[in-house]
Design a protein around this ligand. Structure first.
Ligand code: ATP
Ligand code: MG
Length: 382
């Protein structure tokens, strides 16, 4: 018995667009279905011309129809019209009013200049914003951000990472992301890796080109990310903050007043002192400091003994000085660095290993402590 158009459409419903991660039927990408004997033609309208994942979509459509006994599938690809693209934004929950959220109460202008609201400042937003900072480079801020994010996602949370380290955006490389974000009009759809959405300043600047960021530019870029990126309904947004001047911390204080700051340090005293400066800076801009992560805490040798290569006690001492908990200690592990270099984080390549267990603890500690501040718009002093 030949199949009907409706049956074909139903079979296509579970097929997700590889970039937008939503049903191609719901996104309005299936323009036409026609059944002629044993041959089925499906016309798919791509969101943008030259979509790099054409082959992937064709493959998914063909595979979805196999259970109906259809093996002669002809997938025709075309490109969406402006109206169809507008429909995609609506299907993503981002049409018209932006993010489907009402404008902020009390005339707050924390959103875009056109008045689009910043979704993270809506009173009903459940997203916790975790800023990962450090006093100096190279202590493992990005490694901690990436692996903690993956661990949080593994606990069943919706998680995104915003790589705001303008001096050394490394998150896309660490997570093996080669796919650019999809831009549909003014909506930026982030790539997803290991269950985590990722947006990096690195996606928007040319590789190997020097970028001279001044505070105001950075401020604008951050604002655009917060407002224009399709984040969905997140439990956690982790921000890989650049070390140094505090421009990003200032912007976060303004755009994301509910941000919580975690400081990464290594065990030696010198690192701890630098980390302390960052912590004080966070306090200066009135962002709550929530905890300390000690990275490169020890190296476990083949003999099973722990070697404290960078000394010991730095994380504990810093946490005590700052009056916050030490949320975790991550060991030094060559495989952790290798994972970052090849784009498969250690929490993915060795989920039960020593480092992954440490990151799972960090993630659980962050989740368990709950949000630091409850946002009470009625108490906002203008
Ligand atoms: N626990 C660890 N064990 C082994 N290598 C590590 C560990 N943590 C970080 N590294 C490695 O150390 C280097 C610096 O780490 P990472 O890039 O995460 O630090 P960062 O603070 O973000 O640095 P930057 O200031 O350059 O952004 C990387 O090569 C990383 O793979
Ligand atoms: Mg980094």
């Amino acid at each position: 018995m030949p199949v009907t158009d409706a049956q074909v459409l139903e079979a296509l419903r579970p097929v997700q667009d590889p970039e937008l991660h939503k049903s191609i039927v719901e996104l309005g990408m299936v323009r036409r279905v026609s059944v002629e004997g044993a041959r089925v033609t499906v016309e798919i309208a791509l969101t943008v011309a030259g979509c790099p994942l054409k082959a992937e979509i064709t493959e998914r459509v063909t595979a979805a129809l196999a259970p109906l006994g259809i093996d002669d599938v002809n997938v025709e690809l075309s490109v969406m019209t402006d109206e169809e693209r507008a429909g995609v934004k609506v299907a993503m929950g981002q049409g018209g009013g932006g993010h489907g959220a009402a404008p902020a109460a009390g005339g707050q202008r924390l959103g875009h200049e056109e008045g689009r609201p910043n979704p993270f400042n809506q009173p009903d937003s459940r997203t916790r914003i975790l800023g990962i900072s450090s006093g100096k480079g190279g202590v493992g801020k990005s490694s901690v951000t990436v692996n903690t994010a993956i661990s949080l996602a593994r606990l069943g949370h919706e998680v995104a990472v915003l790589d705001a380290d303008v001096y050394g955006f490394s998150v896309p490389k660490m997570m093996g992301i080669t796919q650019e974000p999809v831009v549909i009009d003014d909506m930026i759809v982030p790539p997803v890796a290991f269950g985590v959405k990722v947006i990096s300043i690195g996606f928007f600047v040319e590789e190997n080109q020097p970028v001279m960021w001044r505070g105001p530019m950075l401020h604008k870029a951050l604002e655009q990310f917060l407002v224009d990126v399709y984040w969905g309904d997140l439990d956690y947004l982790l921000i890989d903050m650049p070390p140094g001047t505090g421009d990003v911390a200032l912007s976060m204080a303004q755009y994301l007043p509910r941000s919580e700051i975690f400081v990464v340090t290594t065990p030696q005293a010198a690192a701890q002192r630098v980390a302390q400066r960052t912590a004080y800076m966070a306090r200066k801009v009135n962002l709550p400091l929530r905890g300390v992560v000690e990275n490169m805490a020890w190296f476990t040798g083949d003999d099973g003994k722990r070697y404290e290569i960078f000394g010991s006690g730095g994380g504990t001492a810093l946490a005590e000085t700052l009056g916050v908990p030490l949320v975790g200690q991550v060991p030094l592990l060559p495989a952790l660095r290798e994972g970052g270099d090849v784009g498969v984080p250690i929490t993915v390549s060795d989920p039960l290993g020593e480092a992954s267990r440490a990151f799972a603890k960090v993630a659980a500690a962050m989740a368990d402590m709950g949000p630091g501040r409850v946002f009470r718009p009625e108490l906002k002093v203008n």
